[in-house]
Design a protein around this ligand. Structure first.
Ligand code: F0G
Length: 432
């Protein structure tokens, strides 16, 4: 080859001060100003219709990269990943029309993107396949994260696949049973920290800096590259006809940031002609981002978080700044909903046969609220993301259906009987 060296396909960039770093830089924040780094790729050389065709042709292929709903979009995720990726595979989640849910939310054109169909039951797998691939490429000695449960389950599974030791920091007594069980089963070293998520995160950050372990929280820019594919896949399922709205639950704000980046890429590459508006939904008891939005993002808020949706029980979201960019650049909104609204939405989603964990239901509860407030109009198409599987949090389900007094309106009380047909008949009679 002659001529000058080719420009790198991808690099890391600090959006705050403009510093550029190679992909091999193994920290999540800028060494110059402390801003969170982002990954930027060179334009793939193809655009619009041609890119759409390439992605479409990969569907149904058994090739290990094409079979993944993340790596199918590799030009926009990690173009130089090669073939040595750590994949289960992930993604390929359904976009569902659930009439009972749409009618409850007052949004006839509502569709739900069910990320609970991922290998470990949450959207985290889409980021973790990329994060674990990079960790392996860097030769990481160990990987670590702080988590409200889903990230730790996903990290544990992908680290096991990559054969890298994993260390997780979770708030003691505040992680849903399904998530803790997964994390233990997949073999991560699990530290039950006597503190909340925000304390876990501070500790994980310090450990990653001082103990030479690679941090795989959503501050890691490669995680966000993988999570962008929730949006790419939903757009492709809609024939690249952008919906008016995309609604998602918001906690540490990594996913909100990833969605903003995905929509930027999709618009810049001509995959869509119109950018959907993002609706980020928080729990009222863990709503620092909603508070900031109501003040025009004049300042950052920190709260002492409390909500039954433990996945989003976060008071000081790490990706605040870039999530502000995501909301502003999509003309988006941020709202919050009460735990009662979340649990009612969950009961409707569960009762429709789809099911989801509490935090996921916040997206649908948020849609209902925004329709009621006239922000979302009933004729507008909305994609609400269900971020996690119904089995993630069996504790809250069993309490809701079996223990809460008086029984909530949608409680499905089981009935204990003697092993006799007459007992069955009696139950059926009483049910009429
Ligand atoms: N929904 C679920 C089910 C989650 O687990 C999370 C985050 C979110 C929504 C919010 O996403 O943090 O990117 O704004 N869970 C993290 C974890 C914090 O540790 O599993 P976010």
């Amino acid at each position: 080859m002659t001529g000058s060296a080719a420009a790198p396909v991808s690099r890391q960039l600090c959006p705050r001060c403009g510093k550029e770093l190679p992909l091999s830089f193994a920290k999540s924040s800028c060494p110059a100003c402390g801003g969170l780094l982002e990954v930027r790729h060179a334009a793939p050389g193809r655009r619009g219709l041609e890119l759409r065709r390439i992605f479409g042709d990969r569907r149904g292929s058994v090739d290990v990269l094409d079979a993944s709903g993340v790596w199918r979009y590799r030009e926009l995720v990690l173009p130089d990943a090669g073939r040595d990726v750590v994949t289960h595979p992930e993604g390929n989640t359904p976009l569902l029309r659930l009439p009972r849910v749409s009618s409850w939310a007052g949004s006839p054109e509502l569709l739900v993107k069910h990320e609970g169909h991922n290998p470990t039951g949450s959207f985290k797998d889409r980021g973790m396949t990329v994060g674990a691939t990079v960790a392996k490429r860097l030769g990481a000695r160990a990987v670590a994260c702080a988590s409200t449960g889903n990230t730790s389950a996903s990290l544990a599974a992908y680290a096991a696949l990559a054969e890298i030791p994993a260390l997780v920091f979770v708030p003691a007594g505040r992680v849903a049973a399904g998530k803790l069980a997964q994390t233990l089963a997949y073999g991560a070293k699990t530290l039950l920290v006597r503190g909340d998520f925000d304390a876990c995160f501070a500790l994980a950050l310090e450990a990653s800096e001082k103990l030479n372990v690679y941090l795989l929280n959503s501050v890691n820019p490669f995680r966000l590259e993988g999570q962008k594919t929730i949006v790419f896949e939903a757009l492709e399922q809609l024939g690249w006809e952008a919906p008016e709205w995309i609604a998602l639950p918001a906690g540490n704000l990594g996913n909100t940031s990833a969605f903003g980046n995905a929509l930027r890429d999709a618009r810049d590459l001509g995959l869509i002609s119109r950018v959907p508006r993002l609706a980020a939904v928080q729990a009222e008891g863990a709503n620092p981002f909603a508070r900031a939005f109501r003040e025009g993002f004049a300042r950052r808020h920190r709260v002492s978080a409390e909500t039954a949706a433990t996945a989003i029980r976060i008071g000081d979201p790490a990706s605040h700044d870039r999530a502000v960019t995501a909301i502003r650049s999509t003309n988006g909104v941020v709202t919050d909903v009460t735990d009662d609204e979340i649990l009612e939405a969950k009961a409707i989603i569960d009762g429709s046969g789809a099911g989801c964990e509490p935090a996921s239901a916040a997206s649908v509860a948020g849609v209902k609220r925004l329709v009621r407030e006239g922000v979302i109009r009933p004729g507008e198409r909305v994609v609400a993301v269900l971020t996690g599987h119904v089995l993630k949090d069996p504790g809250i389900l069993l309490r809701y259906h079996m223990e809460t007094e008086p029984p909530p309106p949608r409680a499905n009380r089981p009935v204990e009987i003697e092993p006799r047909l007459s007992a069955v008949e009696q139950v059926l009679r009483e049910d009429r």
